[in-house]
Design a protein around this ligand. Structure first.
Ligand SMILES: Nc1ncnc2c1ncn2[C@@H]1O[C@H](COP(=O)(O)OP(=O)(O)OP(=O)(O)O)[C@@H](O)[C@H]1O
Ligand SMILES: [Mg+2]
Length: 276
């Protein structure tokens, strides 16, 4: 994805470090020297294993936590509106209907939900009946989608979503991933935190890998498939071959699918990407 070279990044992290319970015997270092930028309009994945520091970093970017070292800079003329969706956001449901959940975030009554929000709900597959029923009665995938929708309908410059697909089955996860991506236009810029790229691979423009609180690699997802690149394949869950083939067909319709093995397949992907 190309970005306007002239426009400043939305967010710039400068040597951000974080120690929990600093100065006490129970100190835990979560982040060390993290520097990168989030460009306006991108879908950035922050990936890494459990405990790598992803959620800590997200909370710091969202301004929910002050880093103990370094700083987060918003170079634009005015501070962006940054939202953060926590893991399992459906745990926060409290209203008696889906419409009630939407209305709460929008600070309107259920009868006054604006057209754009209802349209987005419809485009994510919500029927009027579903929105009129209790959110607690929805199936798990729909619950997650509704919870995400409640954030999507608000106007953010940057929306950070922490492990949006955790706990969903493959079909539900596919639906939620699609929703995330289609709602990106609303949010402008999206940061998605995950340890598992199975359903997100095709949607992310760029990845930042955290290992034990440090950025050890940044790149584009396709590099994870390049047998010759030094990309850290084993540090994130990748989609299996069949899924990847389908995703690649969407992205690169001209790709031929008769590769003998993953390596040849990866070479073809890279060959085609190089011509773009
Ligand atoms: N509130 C806290 N107090 C003390 N230590 C914490 C706190 N939150 C996180 N940590 C520690 O900081 C480190 C990074 O945790 P963090 O939750 O940011 O990682 P993560 O990549 O989001 O992990 P996961 O994949 O499990 O969600 C870990 O060692 C964790 O135990
Ligand atoms: Mg986390």
């Amino acid at each position: 994805m190309k970005h306007e070279a002239a426009s400043p990044p939305l967010v710039s992290l400068e040597s951000v470090g974080h120690v929990y319970s600093l100065g006490t015997p129970s100190e835990v270092r979560a982040l060390t020297g993290v520097s990168f930028e989030v460009e306006k309009g991108e879908v950035l994945g922050i990936v890494g294993k459990n405990g790598a520091g992803k959620t800590t970093l997200a909370r710091i970017i969202a301004g929910l936590e002050n880093p103990t070292e370094g700083k987060v800079v918003f170079p634009g003329p005015k501070g962006p509106r940054v939202g953060m969706v926590f893991q399992q956001p459906e745990n926060q449901f409290f209203a008696s209907t889906g419409l009630g959940e939407l209305a709460y975030g929008l600070k309107v009554s259920s009868a006054e939900i604006p057209e754009h929000a209802l349209d987005l709900a419809g485009s994510l597959g919500f029927s009027a009946e579903e929105l009129a029923t209790s959110p607690f009665d929805l199936p798990p995938g729909k619950k997650r989608l509704l919870a995400l929708l409640c954030f999507f309908v608000l106007k953010w410059d940057l929306l950070i979503v922490d492990e949006p697909l955790t706990g969903l089955g493959p079909k539900e996860a596919e639906g939620a991933a699609h929703a995330l991506f289609s709602a990106k236009g609303e949010a402008g810029t999206l940061v998605v935190i995950t340890h598992d790229l199975t359903h997100l691979f095709a949607h992310l423009n760029r990845l930042v890998l955290l290992e034990e609180g440090r950025v050890t690699w940044t790149g584009v997802p396709a590099q994870l498939l390049d047998p010759e690149a030094t990309a850290p394949r084993d540090l994130v869950e990748l989609p299996d071959r069949e899924r990847l083939t389908r995703l690649m067909r969407e992205l690169l319709p001209e790709i031929s699918l008769d590769a003998q093995d993953n390596e040849e397949f990866a070479r073809r992907i890279l060959g085609l990407l190089a011509t773009k």
